[in-house]
Ligand binder design. Structure first.
Ligand SMILES: *Cc1c(COP(=O)(O)O)cnc(C)c1O
Length: 198
């Protein structure tokens, strides 16, 4: 099992993983897990929530906000003003920290706040415990450029946390200051239905 470097939180991304692997991770002492769908995460974790630090790393729809805020400790995917308003209006929540997802590659099809829209979105976030930025670099581009940009943006806004780095690029992310790495296949093995290399 991969060990996170000191000071870096390894989020074991358990989406689509078989129960046996999750049980093995729990037995090995892993306590921080990530999921990208609220419903799927509820089924996998609601019955053994205690002592687990659960992170939402996938897109959040406004109609799932209440469920997400009740289930997850940390949300990595705040990315638009409407979502922020719904989160703020939702009342009591379990979630203790939030990341703003940044679309560093400015890809039309990808979630995340465009870099130039960050000041306005962060203004909207006023009152929420936002502690950092998250990104998913574009496929086929050197991820280092995006990690470096995310770090620069977080420093400019005085935010300490960087959620960046997945199975294929986490070492580069750590070298560029990642505080949270999100590892699925490198931690558990390939996901069901995912071909090697896909
Ligand atoms: C699935 C997923 C991961 C983990 O992906 P791997 O390549 O298996 O490490 C990380 N971050 C996000 C946002 C994901 O959806």
């Amino acid at each position: 099992m991969i060990q996170a470097p000191p000071g870096v939180t390894l989020i074991a991304v358990s989406k689509q993983q078989p129960e046996a692997r999750i049980a093995a991770a729990l037995a090995a002492g892993q306590r921080v897990f990530g999921e990208n769908r609220v419903q799927e995460a509820h089924g996998r974790w609601a019955h053994r929530r205690e002592g687990i630090d659960l992170h939402l790393i996938g897109p959040l729809q406004t109609n799932k906000v209440r469920d997400a805020l009740a289930l997850f400790d940390v949300i990595h995917t705040l990315d638009r003003p409407k979502l922020v308003r719904v989160v703020k209006a939702a009342g009591p929540r379990r979630a203790r920290a939030f990341f703003v997802q940044v679309n560093t590659g400015e890809e039309a099809q990808k979630a995340g706040c465009l870099p130039q829209d960050l000041p306005a979105l962060l203004h909207e976030c006023n009152g929420l415990p936002v502690t950092g930025f998250m990104c998913i670099p574009p496929v086929g581009e050197p991820p280092e450029l995006h990690f470096a940009l995310l770090k620069t943006l977080a420093e400019a806004h005085g935010l300490p946390h960087l959620s960046m780095g997945m199975s294929a690029d986490w070492e580069a992310a750590v070298a560029l200051g990642a505080t949270h790495i999100r590892l699925g296949s490198a931690f558990f093995g390939p996901r069901a239905g995912v071909k090697p290399g896909a």
